[in-house]
Ligand binder design. Structure first.
Ligand code: NDP
Length: 446
């Protein structure tokens, strides 16, 4: 292949319609092309072609009975993407728009992200087009039991270790783990994000959100600044957003907005610890909508909108979903003085937005670096499970901070080595790629 364009033509021809996957691959390939030119052995061994082809894709029927007695049929998937540096590792997503292209994009991103953590984890991603929103606990349990009744034969603590993602939180992980234990007749660490009394790591629920803010803080430190007293626009109000907000507050910053798929709330006084606890209860226990927060505190709720037009912030933390921040949104953010963007979600900024952030030379931390704290602490959960140990909160939190600092250094180092100083997109893609590619090269044609 002579160019990224030729490579992408080949990828798109083999995987028609998988638009999010194409978007993710195109971004990575344009960053790593200079690496392929400097190391012709990677191209000769067809490392890029092998990297974009999952090692295995499992697709299965998930039948279950709803509360009215009607039979429902969903589709389950597990994409086992790359095991060059460790067993497959990555979350499960339950949302109605889940399809193979979305899971392949997430699994491909995961392969580079997991490499960045420095822990021995390969990459996978899975899920279903089932949406837990609006379903009773009993329905969610029956679905999870049916899903795991098939998935259990493909996973294992040395094979493939799923975790949560959108729509898969503590409740779903509990039901999935219970069914695994029942059908496999063993208690092993086959999932991460477990409850702290049954093998889960302390700080795992917080890890992705905390890590994003640690990463933003590291980027700011390159300019002798910090999150302290910075105002932040956050999107999402799920797992990642909740704990990103908590860490912004812990480090002395101010959270102005949060959102869900119905719209966003703008609280100019700042969402403090007490208000955040109310939002977490709303989302995790009462399973309500973010607009209820606006009614509760008397602030603004904007239905159907995203928070990127709100003025008065220096930092943006997109923590909801892919492509939630467009080129137009990026233009507005830049015009309003935002100069730090750290992605909590996977690929939340579309390609036009990424280009604008990079061209403007702001501090832009792409998801595969900035949100790697979650999978990193999943790796620490696996280490604790394997050694029958339970580490303290402080120990896990300081390991998380250390890993985010290391990831930040790796990005800076790789970007500088390829003459793109300060470009975290290039740095993250190259650092992750080099690790996976060299392991694949060493292991032969498999
Ligand atoms: P949750 O399900 O806990 O929360 C998702 C949040 O995003 C909710 O507020 C949800 O709103 C909102 N959202 C989801 N889809 C859309 C959409 N299409 N449009 C607008 N809002 C939407 O998921 P997580 O917090 O776990 O995941 C958020 C992001 O972070 C995802 O991109 C995920 O891949 C990524 N990520 C998660 C990690 C983790 O450890 N959990 C690790 C690394 C990355 P609503 O409730 O209305 O659907």
């Amino acid at each position: 292949m002579q160019s990224t364009a030729e490579f992408m033509e080949w990828v798109e021809g083999r995987t028609p319609g998988e638009v999010e996957f194409h978007q993710a691959v195109a971004e990575v390939m344009s960053s790593v092309w200079p690496v392929l030119q400097r190391n012709p052995e990677y191209a000769e061994a067809k490392i890029p072609q092998r990297m974009v082809e999952p090692e295995r894709v499992i697709s299965f029927r998930v039948p279950w009975v709803d509360d009215t007695g009607e039979i429902q049929v969903n589709r389950g998937y597990r994409v086992e993407m790359n095991s060059a540096i460790g067993p497959y590792k990555g979350g499960l997503r339950f949302r109605s728009d889940v399809n193979l292209g979305i899971l392949k994009f997430l699994a491909f991103e995961q392969s580079l992200k997991n490499a960045l953590t420095t822990l021995p984890m390969g990459a996978g991603k899975g899920g279903s087009d089932f949406d837990p929103k609006g379903r009773s606990d009993a329905e969610v349990m029956r679905f999870c039991q049916s899903f795991m009744s098939e998935l259990f034969r493909h996973i294992g603590d040395h094979t493939d270790i799923p975790a949560g993602d959108i729509g898969v939180g503590a409740r779903e992980i509990g039901f999935l783990f219970g069914q695994y234990k029942r059908v496999a007749n063993e208690f092993t660490g086959i999932l991460t994000g477990k409850g702290s009394t049954w093998g889960g790591s302390l700080i795992r629920p917080e890890a992705t959100g905390y890590g994003v803010v640690y990463f933003a803080d590291q980027m700011l430190k390159t300019r002798d600044e910090s999150i302290f007293r910075k105002s932040c626009l956050l999107s999402g109000s799920g797992n990642v957003a909740q704990y990103a907000a908590e860490n912004v507050i812990r480090l002395g910053g101010k959270v102005l907005t949060m959102s869900d798929s119905s719209g966003f709330v703008h609280d100019p006084d700042g969402i403090d610890e007490e208000k955040l606890a109310w939002i977490i209860d709303l989302k995790e226990r009462r399973r309500g909508r973010i607009g209820e927060y606006a009614e509760h505190v008397g602030c603004e709720f904007r239905a159907g909108e995203r928070p990127w037009a709100v003025e008065g912030a220096e930092v943006a933390l997109p923590c909801a979903t892919q492509n939630e921040l467009s080129g137009q949104d990026a233009k507005l953010l830049l015009a309003n003085g935002v100069y730090v963007v750290a992605e909590g979600a996977n690929m939340p900024s579309d390609p036009d937005a990424v280009r604008r952030f990079v061209d403007a030379r702001i501090l832009f931390g792409p998801g595969k670096a900035a949100n790697a704290g979650g999978v990193a602490v999943s790796g620490l959960e696996m280490a604790q499970n394997a050694s029958f140990a339970t580490w303290s909160r402080d120990k896990v939190d300081s390991r998380l901070l250390g890993i985010m600092v290391d990831i930040h250094h790796s990005c800076i180092r790789a970007a500088a080595e390829y003459d793109r100083p300060g470009n975290y997109v290039v740095g993250a893609n190259i650092a992750g790629f080099e690790k996976v590619a060299s392991a694949m090269l060493a292991q032969g044609v498999v």
